[in-house]
Ligand binder design. Sequence first.
Ligand code: DGL
Length: 259
Amino acid sequence: MLGLFDSGVGGLTVVKELLKRSPNASFVYLGDTARAPYGNKSAETIKRYAIEDARFLIDHGATSIAVACNTASALALDALRTTYPSVRFFDVISPSIDATWRLRPKKVGVIGTRATIGSSVYERSLKTISDGAIDIISAACPLFVPFVEENWIRKPETKRIAKTYLAKIRQKQVDALILGCTHYPLLQNVIRSSLQKRVRIVNAAAAILDRIAAEAPELMQDATSPSQTFYFTDATAQTQAIADRWLGKHVPCQTTELL
Ligand code: DGL
């Protein structure tokens, strides 16, 4: 069974895409809302959290894990693979790089948490895949995750902050923008309205599902009585409201302890 984790509700953007393709797939989801956001924390802490998140999913039946969090994908993927060598891990970064490269852009904007942008993983991978041909501009957007977790999706304050964060990327007239954080698709309208209309948006959710469908289609098979469980380390009314709205149906969110 597939397990997915994120620091909070962001990984639900990957679940939404999974359910679009396989409404009756079995999976277990963990959002570590009690400790979110991850993106402002140190690499060591992010690794420790990711290892604990994966342990929880393995204990709940996951044999493969989608790291539905860019921050954990950027900083903890190697540690996860070393800690759990028999588990197959799918990250959100390398599929997003492939999806971006397919657009053959000349200039690319990347936005993400401070930890993801600080790791320079997108810049390095884009430079490698394009042999240095892509011009890249990155911006950390640390307030976006709390805005999403607070459900401040349409507030004028959110729009104003988005304009500020994206000003340099807009100025640069990029061809594509990578949403380098799984929370950001929830702000897609705000982000889009801060940039030129022609900018292509790369969303990791579709990219990682394409990768899983190609490499492990059995994980996306519809079951006759699927098991779909949503755990959060702090499932508040807000968490529940976001999950229901984003997935378009009621999904019971349970609070759990990790250890
Ligand atoms: N969805 C996580 C990501 O992709 C958010 C990280 C955070 O909690 O700051 O990076």
